[in-house]
Design a protein around this ligand. Structure first.
Ligand SMILES: [Zn+2]
Length: 340
C-alpha cells in the first residue's frame, strides 16, 4: 500500500492504486538529460516510476540553467556530468525509487544494451541521428518510445508503438539536411515549449505504463507557444516500404562503429569519440598536459585549457572540445593532446 505521497495521483481515476503499483514496477530509459530530459525525469520521479535509467554525454554549464530544470549554479560551477547532477537531485526528490545514471554517448554499440529491460524510452536528445538510432533499436526490440523535440517556441512529439503505429522513419524518411532547419544555434529555445512537450510525453508515458493504450493521443502533435498555434496531425498508416518497421533494415544499428565527431548544438564545441573507448588515467594525463596549459580533474572528467580551447575528457576517452565548431580543428587538438 502506498503512503500519502501519491494520494493525489491515486485519487485520479486514470491512475488509481492499481496504476500506481504498475508505475512502481516500471523501468524507463531517458536518453539525453538536457532540457527535455531533466523535465521528463523530474515528472516521472515525482510520479513514482520505480526505476529510471538516465544517460547523457555532457556536463552542466551556466548556459543550461535557463531551460534545463533541476540543474543549479553549483552543478555548473562543479562542472558535474549531467547525469551525476540529475541523479543527486532526483534522489532528493524521491528516495523511494532507483536512479541508474550512465555517462555515455549513445551510439550503435550501446543503444540496445541501454534499452534492455526497459518498458519505455523517452527521447530527450537534440539531434536526428540519435533519434533514428533510438527508433531502430526500439522497433527491433519491440520497446515503445516517445519522440520529442523543441526549438525556438516550437515543439513536436509523437508516440511510437513498434509495428502498431507509424515509426519515426515512416513519418520522416530522412533527416532534414544540415543547415536547412532551425537549430538551437540559430533560433534559441525558450523553456515554456520544453514544458509543453514534456507534459505530453510524460502523460503518454503514464498511460502506457499503466496499460491504457486507448487513451494515447495517436497523432503527431505540434505546438508553437509564441505564435499561439497547435496542431494534431493524423500520422496515417505505417509505410510498407519503411526501412525500419517495414523492411527491418535497421541501418543505423548496423554501421561499423568508428571514430566519430559531432558538432554540439549551440555550444561552439565538437565531441570526439574514439573508435576504441579506453580507460583514461586522469592523474597520468594531467601530469603530461601540465606543461601545455591548465589542468583540473575530478572523479568523472578532466578539463584542460590551452589558449582559446578547452578540452574536457571523460573516463572512456571521449572528449568535448570547446572553442571551435570545426571538426578538423577538434580532431587535431584531440590527436595532439589526448592521442589515440
Ligand atoms: Zn516505420
Amino acid at each position: 500500500m502506498f503512503n500519502d505521497r501519491y494520494s493525489r495521483q491515486t485519487f485520479f481515476a486514470g491512475i488509481g492504486v492499481e496504476g500506481q503499483h504498475k508505475l512502481a514496477q516500471a523501468q524507463v530509459l531517458i536518453i539525453g538529460i538536457g532540457a527535455l530530459g531533466t523535465s521528463q525525469a523530474e515528472l516521472l520521479a515525482r510520479a513514482g516510476v520505480g526505476r529510471l535509467r538516465i544517460v547523457d554525454r555532457d556536463f552542466v554549464e551556466l548556459s543550461n540553467l535557463q531551460r534545463q530544470s533541476m540543474f543549479t549554479e553549483e552543478d555548473a560551477q562543479q562542472r558535474l556530468p549531467k547525469v551525476v547532477a540529475a541523479e543527486k537531485h532526483l534522489n532528493a526528490i524521491n528516495s523511494e525509487i532507483t536512479i541508474e545514471s550512465i555517462i555515455a554517448d549513445v551510439n550503435n554499440s550501446n543503444v540496445e544494451s541501454l534499452i534492455a529491460g526497459c518498458d519505455l524510452v523517452l527521447d530527450g536528445t537534440d539531434n536526428f541521428a540519435t533519434r533514428y538510432l533510438i527508433n531502430d533499436a526500439c522497433v527491433k526490440n519491440g520497446v515503445d518510445w516517445i519522440y520529442g523535440a523543441a526549438v525556438g517556441s516550437y515543439g513536436v512529439t509523437m508516440t511510437v508503438l513498434p509495428r502498431q503505429t507509424p515509426c519515426l522513419r515512416c513519418i520522416f524518411e530522412e533527416a532534414p539536411p544540415a543547415g536547412s532547419a532551425a537549430t538551437c544555434d540559430t533560433a534559441g529555445v525558450i523553456m515554456p515549449i520544453i514544458n509543453v512537450i514534456t507534459s505530453i510525453q510524460v502523460t503518454e508515458a503514464l498511460k502506457l505504463l499503466t496499460g491504457q493504450r486507448s487513451a494515447l493521443h495517436q497523432s503527431l502533435m505540434q505546438f508553437d507557444v509564441w505564435e499561439n498555434q497547435w496542431r494534431q496531425i493524423n500520422p496515417g498508416n505505417r509505410r510498407a516500404d519503411c526501412e525500419t518497421c517495414g523492411l527491418d533494415l535497421f541501418e543505423s544499428l548496423s554501421t561499423t562503429p568508428a571514430e566519430s565527431a559531432a558538432i554540439l548544438c549551440g555550444r561552439d564545441a565538437v565531441q570526439i569519440s574514439p573508435q576504441r573507448p579506453g580507460s583514461i588515467d586522469f592523474k597520468a594525463l594531467a601530469q603530461r598536459l601540465r606543461s601545455a596549459g591548465e589542468v583540473k580533474f575530478n572523479e568523472y572528467l578532466l578539463r584542460f585549457t590551452t589558449g582559446d580551447f578547452e578540452l574536457t575528457v571523460f573516463r572512456d576517452a571521449r572528449s568535448i572540445i570547446r572553442g571551435t565548431s570545426e571538426i578538423a580543428t577538434a580532431r587535431s587538438l584531440y590527436a595532439k593532446y589526448i592521442g589515440n
